[in-house]
Design a protein around this ligand. Structure first.
Ligand code: WT7
Length: 668
């Protein structure tokens, strides 16, 4: 792993002193009503973690068999609720069936297609109906030969069937790996290969800004992809189940591809939930790291579900009548924990929307909030900045008074966006929870509790129960309040990742070697005098582009896989809308003309290799890349060049100083 920048380089734009206290009205109805109440619960959770987590697991989850030990910790390997047995789909569905929740809406969904003023397609599934569908689809999976422990790829748009597929997997102990619908055929193939999946669940197509994204066609292509030696990457795939959504033309390969609706006709709705070990693998979700290959983050059953359930309940302060909307796609961990598992485990109503925020017009979100009476909205700063750009007239057209709480996730929220969110969307009455966490952490780690924690724009504030974040220096020493350094987590927590699929060495190297014995987040962070955590951003070679995590090495290896490219280095530069933008410095092979056509070709090439989210915003051709004498690309320097800054710092180890002058501009 490349050495992260020294933590002494971490500066913060923290100049924000405004404090927003929760209103008395909000606090009086909240689960946790004051900062003192939060501190008391937090201290208990830290002083006696076994007692705290044992109590929560007993009260919040239904177990088929009780555990023998709350935590078995042999760093860096944790086992939670050892010996216990439960089932995630049972806890999200069956447990609500003999209660008044049975006939409450579990999922409310609206599809994208809509003309101005014309309502989109709508569906509501009560807990009873969702249970019925999940049981049937679990039987479909069995009918297609799947057994406990098998891996399945889910590659679908935001339709209820995506949640049904996830829950059906968990019902029979099949491990799902959801691949974001915006990812390419190549990404699908790589993930199939890495986890040796037996089956793909997909959709003919999904809607995005009025166009149909041909998901099944991408799967067809993925299933033909070979590695450099000519071996198929996807030979483990036996079946593809296709849900019909957009009615676009698809090819059905006899013997391999089956239609979802046809299969559902062949099964009954009787499917008992498998008794799963607390530590049985639940899902794998791929995320970018600082090397070229995405990591398959592994989450397991009991601890993950407890983390998802508890954080949803306390951080979104769920109440019986909430209509809760997390706008994340289920292809990301946020969609796993806060569209599907967290809300359903709590018996809440989770709203799902298929499309883009500006289709057909930039008020689609506000229209949906007014129409469904959304009470809690959880979205990303990059979306908020886009709404700001589109103008206040769009939210102002709609009645947003149903909202009572707002959430933010994915990247640091700049104070301007925070204030806009607070005033324009929240009407100054809704607390904002800025929630810090990661794919690896499974659930929210640092966040205000909305009825308890005074907030300041730009900080995720204080740790959730049981979480021990600290700021450390380069030697791993804990720093006092009011300082900056690396963010680590000192103690294991129930929803932590259990490893990287197929690569435990990488798990140890990536997360547990930087600061031995502690979990290294990869983030730089400051604390203020109140002990609030201000996340500064990644300190490894990972970028956060519009809330998407993108490894620079991944984009580099996509670029050099084009035969015209000799070498590539990718860095981030600040971007008003996306937080960070991708800048690629590229050298081409002899005889290749480096012009605008090649730029377009390379951007499309990256789109094809990884997905449109990873396309570089800017490609700069160079004769050579600046390197140290030991041959390391000087990224710090490239970052400065990319952001248009003057070249600072020591460049005396540069191999060839002349290249510097030639990297300055993207114009020929
Ligand atoms: C990285 C994790 C799990 C949330 C979705 C992204 C950044 C996330 C915040 C926040 C500042 C944040 C961090 C983190 N991040 N939330 N509230 N404030 N930064 O999950 O793709 O695994 O990315 O997103 O840099 O390490 P992810």
């Amino acid at each position: 792993m490349p050495a992260p920048d020294k933590v002494t380089n971490i500066t913060s734009l923290q100049t924000e002193n405004r404090v927003f206290k929760p209103s008395k009205e909000f606090s009086s109805r909240a689960h946790v009503k004051s900062l003192a109440h939060y501190r008391k619960l937090y201290n208990e959770s830290i002083k006696s973690p076994d007692k705290f987590w044992g109590k929560q697991a007993r009260e919040e989850l239904v177990w088929f068999k009780p555990w023998k030990k709350v935590l078995q910790w042999k760093a860096p390997f944790a086992k939670w609720f050892v010996g216990g047995q439960l089932n995630v789909s049972y806890n999200c569905l069956d447990r609500h069936l003999n209660t008044p929740t049975a006939n409450k809406a579990a999922l409310i969904w609206e599809g994208e297609p809509a003309g101005a003023g014309i309502p989109g397609e709508e569906r509501t599934l009560t807990y009873k109906q969702l249970h019925h569908e999940v049981c049937k689809f679990a039987n479909v999976l069995k009918r297609n030969g799947l057994k406990k422990g098998d891996r399945v790829i889910i590659y679908m748009p935001m339709v209820p069937e995506a949640a049904i597929a996830m829950l059906a997997c968990t019902r029979i102990g099949v491990i799902h790996s959801v691949v974001f619908g915006g990812f390419s055929a190549q990404s699908v193939a790589d993930r199939i290969f890495d986890c040796q999946a037996r089956l793909v669940i997909t959709t003919d197509g999904g809607y995005r800004r009025g166009a149909v994204v041909p998901l099944k066609k991408n799967v067809d292509e993925a299933l033909t992809i070979k590695d450099a030696q000519g071996n198929s990457l996807t030979k483990t795939i036996e079946k593809v189940i296709v849900h019909r959504r957009a009615n676009n033309d698809v090819r059905i390969e006899e013997g391999r591809d089956v239609w979802w609706h046809r299969e559902m006709e062949q099964v009954d709705a009787n499917c008992p939930a498998e008794k799963m070990d607390s530590e049985a693998p639940l899902f794998i979700l791929y995320t970018s790291g600082s090397t070229g290959k995405p990591k398959g983050i592994l989450h397991t059953t009991g601890g993950y579900l407890l983390g998802a359930k508890l954080t949803t309940k306390y951080i979104f302060d769920l109440q019986e009548t909430d209509v809760y909307w997390c706008t994340a796609d289920i292809g990301w961990v946020t969609g796993h924990s806060y569209v599907v598992y967290g809300p359903l485990a709590n018996g809440a109503t989770s709203f799902m929307y298929e499309g883009a925020p500006n289709h057909p017009e930039p008020d689609r979100f506000w229209r949906l909030i007014a129409k469904y009476g959304i009470t809690v909205l959880y979205t990303a700063p990059t979306a908020i900045r886009a709404f700001m750009k589109w103008g206040v007239e769009w939210p102002r057209k709609h009645d947003l008074t149903s909202l009572r709480l707002l959430g933010s996730v994915g990247e640091p929220i700049n104070p301007e966006a925070w204030i806009w969110y607070h005033e324009v969307v929240g009407g100054k009455r809704c607390p904002i929870v800025d929630t810090w966490w990661q794919t690896e952490t499974g659930s929210i780690m640092i966040s205000p509790l909305p009825g308890a924690t005074p907030t300041k724009p730009g900080t995720a504030t204080l740790p959730f129960f049981g979480i021990v974040p600290e700021i450390v220096d380069d030697q791993g020493k804990t720093l006092p309040k009011n300082s900056g350094g690396k963010l680590v987590i000192r103690k294991p927590w129930p929803s932590m990742l259990r490893g990287i699929w197929g690569d435990m060495q990488r798990y140890k190297d990536t997360y547990w070697s930087e600061v031995p014995g502690s979990y290294f987040t990869g983030d730089g962070c400051r604390t203020d005098k109140d002990g609030y955590f201000w996340i500064v951003g990644r300190i490894d070679d990972v970028l956060n582009v519009a809330g998407h995590r993108i490894g620079t090495a991944e984009v580099e290896s996509a670029l050099v896989s084009n035969q015209k490219v000799a070498e590539a280095a990718v860095v981030g530069r600040p971007d008003d809308l996306k937080g960070q933008a991708l800048v690629a410095f590229v050298t081409v092979k002899t005889g290749v003309v480096a012009d605008q056509n090649l730029r377009d070709e390379l951007r499309n090439h990256v789109g094809k290799e990884i997905g449109p989210v990873a396309k570089p915003d800017d490609i700069r051709f160079a004769e050579a890349l600046p390197k140290t004498r030991s041959g390391k690309i000087m990224r710090r320097l490239l970052k400065q060049i990319a952001s248009g800054a003057e070249i600072k710092g020591d460049t005396t180890t540069l191999e060839d100083l002349t290249v510097l002058t030639k990297l300055g501009s993207s114009e020929e």
